[in-house]
Ligand binder design. Structure first.
Ligand SMILES: Cc1cc2nc3c(=O)[nH]c(=O)nc-3n(C[C@H](O)[C@H](O)[C@H](O)COP(=O)(O)OP(=O)(O)OC[C@H]3O[C@@H](n4cnc5c(N)ncnc54)[C@H](O)[C@@H]3O)c2cc1C
Length: 323
């Protein structure tokens, strides 16, 4: 059993989730008593491969081809199929990015395998790997085992593993040039959709006050905004608040928003769905205000206030202003 982590980069810029996946690969390799290697794919990936080689890995595979300059599902799946045939890993891990969601099912199916997507945790029992993924928007945790021999595939959700736990080292880099033909690539990459530049960098904020659906009406956001101002904190939100247009998308925290790791994250009227938790559970201290004592946010909170936010928040504002 050996593990291969497939990293994601674009024009030399890493997708940060790749590092979390690499850390997970190292952790799994340690627990399963095996080795972990990593692959980087593109047209010119030597610099990226050299950077990757600074980690504790058995090998770094630099998968290069002109037809891998721009991402296409056909070329990526074909290149990886060839690399997997050569490196023979039993488990291949990917970050759960949009790109991976696009090509991983195709890759796994072409090898007659399944891909376990959106993994949030794992454990090893009797030498066997069990992956945990969430169903019904995080209400149920499902244990998943691979029933067949590898290569088995899994993608890991953002925030599930910690990149700051990566072990450094010095790994050899192996060049791998897959055989690809332009005729087998059925999609034509166009200009990439560019998101508007973010005016708010929640990732750099030390204090964050985040508001959720418990706030009930758009007009009430001002209350939480006042609390954030009194604390000198950035204002953030759960997805329904941004979907409703009550706050701009750039303030959304979670799997489809920003990932934050402030010194303190205060969740106001947020239930704590997994898609929200993955974006903020790296905060050093989590404070939750929720009127439902059973809200899942309290499972990750260091301090919890069970109460009506419309009573608690004005009290907090007054207290902060007094200080
Ligand atoms: C593919 C996908 C991606 C997603 N990405 C994200 C994402 O990036 N970020 C994100 O946040 N969500 C995301 N979601 C949505 C997520 O599943 C939840 O629906 C969402 O996080 C819930 O937001 P909420 O906690 O504000 O609302 P709710 O779940 O409705 O919770 C509101 C909470 O407020 C409390 N409350 C109500 N009134 C009061 C009061 N007066 N005082 C105190 N507490 C009160 C309630 O008890 C409840 O716990 C995603 C979902 C999917 C399927």
């Amino acid at each position: 059993m050996s593990i291969l982590v497939v990293m994601e980069q674009r024009d030399g810029e890493w997708n940060r989730m790749s590092w979390e996946t690499l850390a997970a690969g190292q952790q799994l390799a340690g627990e399963l008593g095996t080795t972990v290697s990593a692959a980087v794919i593109g047209q010119s990936v030597n610099a990226a491969a050299a950077e990757l080689a600074g980690n504790q890995l058995a090998t770094v595979h630099a998968v290069e081809h002109d037809l891998l300059k721009d991402y296409t599902p056909d070329a990526y799946a074909s290149a990886l199929r060839q690399l997997i045939a050569k490196a023979a890993p039993s488990l291949v891990l990917f970050p759960h990015t949009y790109q991976v969601r696009d090509f991983l099912p195709k890759l796994a199916t072409s090898l007659g395998k399944v891909a376990v997507s959106d993994v949030v945790a794992h454990r090893v029992e009797g030498g066997r790997l069990i992956l945990v993924r969430q169903l019904f928007q995080g209400k149920v945790n499902a244990d998943v085992r691979f029933s067949a021999d590898g290569p088995n595939f899994a993608s890991l959700q953002a925030g599930a593993y910690r990149a700051d736990q990566l072990a450094s080292g010095s790994a050899p880099v192996e060049q791998f040039k897959p055989t690809l033909n332009a005729s087998e690539i059925r999609t034509k990459p166009m200009d990439r959709f560019r998101e508007s530049t973010r005016a708010v960098d929640l990732g750099a904020a030390e204090l964050i006050v985040a508001v959720g659906r418990g706030i009930k009406e758009a007009e009430n956001i001002a209350l939480v905004q006042e609390l954030a101002a009194a604390m000198g904190a950035e204002l953030a939100a759960s997805r329904p608040i941004c979907d409703a247009g009550w706050l701009p998308m750039e303030r959304q925290v979670g799997s489809s928003g920003q990932t934050v790791a402030p010194k303190m994250y205060m969740a106001v009227g947020i239930s704590g769905a997994i898609q929200h938790l993955v974006g903020m559970k790296g905060a050093r201290t989590i404070v939750a205000i929720n009127k439902d004592a059973n809200a899942p946010i309290f499972e990750v909170a260091d301090y919890g206030i069970v109460g009506d936010l419309f009573e608690v928040v004005p009290e907090l504002i007054a207290a902060f202003k007094q200080r």
